[in-house]
Design a protein around this ligand. Structure first.
Ligand code: SF4
Length: 140
């Protein structure tokens, strides 16, 4: 976490997040969206979900990377300005998960883009993302 915080070290604004499903079952997406609902209230830390990667500080990837989504993921990553953090949210995004070795699956997000943080789970709980982004935002 220390090296991640030093990557964002100069940043004095809240984190804006872009989310991309590279081929998952939507289980991780449901938990990701839940983190933004009033129950978990990720926005209390200033975290915003943004519609364009050009406005984002953080890319959250869910699902394994399919051969069809590889190009889109690379393009999205390239469009996010530096410094940027990539979070693989869910076991599929971490390693390909249950879809690994399927004919159309490349594997986890790190097969295509540099991943800074992996959050395993099938799916992970919203609390995991809230706690992670809170630490990144507050720098502790
Ligand atoms: S980790 Fe589980 S819930 Fe998430 S996309 Fe893969 S199979 Fe679905």
């Amino acid at each position: 976490m220390t090296s991640i915080n030093s990557k964002l070290g100069f940043r004095k604004k809240s984190l804006w997040v872009y989310h991309f499903n590279s081929g998952g079952c939507n289980g991780c997406d449901i938990e990701f969206v839940a983190s933004l609902t009033p129950r978990f209230d990720l926005e209390r830390y200033g975290v915003q979900l943004v519609p364009s990667p050009r406005h984002a500080d953080v890319l959250v990837v869910t699902g394994p990377v399919t051969k069809n989504s590889e190009g889109a993921l690379k393009t999205i990553y390239d469009q996010i300005p530096e410094p940027k953090i990539v979070i693989a949210f869910g076991t599929c995004a971490c390693s390909g998960g249950v879809f690994n070795n399927c004919y159309n699956i490349l594997g986890g997000a790190d097969k295509v883009v540099p991943v800074d943080i992996k959050v395993p789970g099938c799916p992970p709980k919203p609390e995991a993302l809230v706690e992670l982004l809170k630490k990144l935002t507050l720098g502790d």
